[in-house]
Design a protein around this ligand. Structure first.
Ligand SMILES: [Mn+2]
Length: 316
């Protein structure tokens, strides 16, 4: 355990944890791993999140999770707040209000992290926030409690694309070995995370993939979803997470782009690259950010405006 972090935790009895908007496996796995750890120390904890948790990650969640309005009605009095896997306060939406007047700690691995908390544990070399958290809480001679090991495994698994991406290091695999030694049921976890797609989401995914447009000598693939398409399918934006990865799987593709309409004429664009293209810089030019191989931004305009802006900004 990191001594500086432990001494911060020791000074507080009631603690708030904040995962980022559009929660993924890393932010949720890391949040609930830390939540379990804090509970073991006898702390009173709360997790506040406005967005829905994806159905395949619901198993990570416990009854400490609240929506902002429900949590506010509790009149809880935490004095310490953790921001998890969130590079800037915007990733916490309206919940960034909880940083005010409390001791704040950020645990993250985004190179774009703005160090907006009182204490910032940010390791850009780490594959995931799960990996950063492991290094903060444990040493390799310690046995990691099973429920914590399972949650950290999911965090690392999902942010490394199942250990396929270049952020996977020998240290990542050493940590995973420690998690295996803790006795986690990794087959069960892999099935829960990946082989657990509801049939309506599967059919919807195929519909979104059918919007594929190739450009730049077939090296760029663009897909989209409008609010109308989503409403017709009766699904939420959360159900579109991960669809973009299918585009990157195409042999000729270097850059995959996915424009999602989050409100009328406002699109959230996700970008993924395979070998060399820096999508973090690409998205930064649109006011967004992220990692070199996975980044995002928000663009206003009609679908065709947004498509044109994205495709004309790419030089390959
Ligand atoms: Mn992450």
């Amino acid at each position: 355990m990191n001594k500086a972090l432990l001494s911060i935790i020791e000074e507080h009895e009631e603690i708030l944890l904040l995962p980022h908007v559009s929660p993924d496996g890393d932010t949720l796995g890391s949040t609930f791993a830390l939540n379990a750890y804090l509970k073991r120390l006898g702390k009173k904890t709360h997790v506040v999140l406005n967005d829905d948790v994806p159905s395949n990650l619901m198993f990570l969640v416990d009854d400490h999770l609240h929506k902002e309005a429900d949590y506010d009605a509790l009149n809880a009095t935490p004095t310490l707040v953790f921001a998890i896997d969130s590079s800037d306060p915007g990733r916490l939406d309206s919940r960034q209000k909880y940083l005010e007047g409390r001791v704040s700690v950020c645990i993250d691995h985004h190179i774009t992290n703005t160090k907006y908390c009182d204490h910032n544990y940010v390791t850009p070399e780490a594959s995931s926030t799960g990996e950063v958290l492991y290094e903060l809480l444990f040493t390799d001679d310690m046995t990691v409690p099973m429920e914590i090991a399972s949650a950290i495994y999911v965090a690392i698994l999902m942010d490394t694309g199942s250990f396929r991406y270049s952020n996977t290091s020998s240290r990542t695999m050493e940590i995973v070995a420690r998690l295996f030694s803790a006795g986690i049921d990794y087959v069960d976890l892999n099935i829960a995370v990946y082989q657990n797609v509801p049939i309506d989401k599967f059919r919807f995914t195929n519909m979104v993939l059918s919007t594929l447009e190739l450009s730049h000598d077939n090296q760029v693939g663009f897909i989209y979803i409008t609010e109308e398409m989503l409403a017709a399918a009766g699904l939420s934006m959360q159900d579109t997470d991960g669809i973009i990865e299918n585009i990157r799987d195409i042999a000729s593709i270097e850059v995959a782009l996915f424009a999602r309409e989050v409100s009328p004429n406002v699109f959230k664009a996700s970008a993924r690259s395979k070998r060399f293209y820096d999508v973090a810089t690409f998205c930064l030019d649109f006011g967004g950010g992220g990692h070199v191989r996975a980044a995002g931004c928000t663009i206003k305009g009609s679908l065709s405006d947004v498509r044109n802006q994205l495709l004309s900004a790419i030089e390959l």
